[in-house]
Design a protein. Structure first.
Length: 321
């Protein structure tokens, strides 16, 4: 009886004596999926802010020079980060020629080509139309990922993408401005280049990390645009300080940080599911314009933004087993 009583007492207070009492439970750590979701949210906010900054830069710098300074600033910032964090071994994992070729294609098509096409397109069409045309890209990525990356065609993703695209279409109804076929063609070209770059990057991220991919792609994009350096120098001579600071902001935040967080999320998520989150970009851009530029959103902007959010929510639903 005494032995049984002692056993019960030891179970009731296992830490009595010199042992310290158990501390509070450790805070739950962020899972990889949650980290990816946070990175995607950062990307959405930064890419949305780019539309606000481009409005200031677009009146001063033409399409290719604007893309050149943006990528040059991003390249310098990412190079500093890579050297500071990695030392001499800036590329932690040896990359094959095929991987370097894919990174080069990503830098040419996405970082350089997409940026120039979008900058040029917005000189011919209003922002709402540009947002509608460029946001065809997530739907293209969803189908491309299903065909070439083996991600399949989840019903929730396709339905959410269509709902999100309809929301962007409603947002564009509240915009004003001239529309011509050249601007439409340039924005559609930007959407195709965006889609191709994202799909190629998804393949590259199977063998390397997001920082390395973004850094090397920015270097490639900058090198491709170097022939426009004399024009950039000429236009910067007449540019205002505000326009120059806006161009630097585009390089540091939407490009250096935004593309890196995108790559981080893309490595941990399906390409189609992640690209659907970019339907929120026009909505966030409308809200930022309201807060920073005092541009009151139209009824179409508010309704379309709400529909886009619903579309993203649908696309992120997972099928229950």
């Amino acid at each position: 009886m005494e032995i049984r009583a002692c056993a019960v007492e030891s179970r009731a207070a296992p830490w009595q004596g010199d042992a310290d009492p158990p501390g509070p439970p450790a805070a739950p750590r962020l899972t990889e999926s949650r980290k990816a979701a946070v990175a995607a949210a950062v990307t959405v906010v930064l890419w949305a802010s780019a539309f606000v900054a481009i409005r200031d830069v677009g009146h001063t710098l033409s399409a290719a020079p604007q893309a050149l300074i943006r990528l040059a600033v991003a390249s310098v910032a990412l190079t500093a980060i890579v050297v500071a964090t990695r030392g001499r071994r800036v590329i932690p994992v040896p990359l094959s020629r095929r991987t370097f070729g894919l990174i080069t294609a990503c830098g040419v098509l996405w970082l350089a080509g997409y940026t120039v096409a979008l900058n040029a397109g917005e000189q011919h069409v209003d922002a709402g139309t540009a947002a509608l045309l460029v946001n065809v890209a997530p739907l293209l990525i969803a189908f491309g990922a299903g065909l070439f990356l083996g991600e399949g065609f989840p019903r929730a993703l396709i339905a959410g993408s269509l709902v999100g695209l309809s929301g962007v279409a409603i947002i564009s109804l509240g915009s004003s401005g001239d529309r011509d076929w050249l601007g439409v063609a340039l924005c559609l070209l930007a959407a195709v280049l965006f889609s191709a770059g994202a799909l190629i990057q998804k393949v590259v991220l199977r063998v390397t990390d997001g920082l390395t991919t973004t850094w090397l792609a920015c270097l490639v994009g900058t090198a491709v645009l170097l022939p426009w350096t004399p024009q950039l120098v000429s236009e910067l001579a007449d540019a205002s300080l505000r326009a120059i600071l806006a161009a630097v902001y585009l390089g540091l935040f939407p490009t250096a940080i935004g593309f890196t967080t995108w790559a981080y999320a893309l490595k941990r998520m399906d390409a189609g599911r992640l690209s659907a989150t970019t339907y929120v970009v026009p909505t966030v851009s409308v809200l930022m314009s309201w807060a920073l530029l005092s541009e009151v959103p139209t009824e179409f902007g508010l309704i379309g933004g709400a529909i886009s959010l619903v579309g993203v929510a649908i696309s992120r639903r997972r099928r229950r087993a």
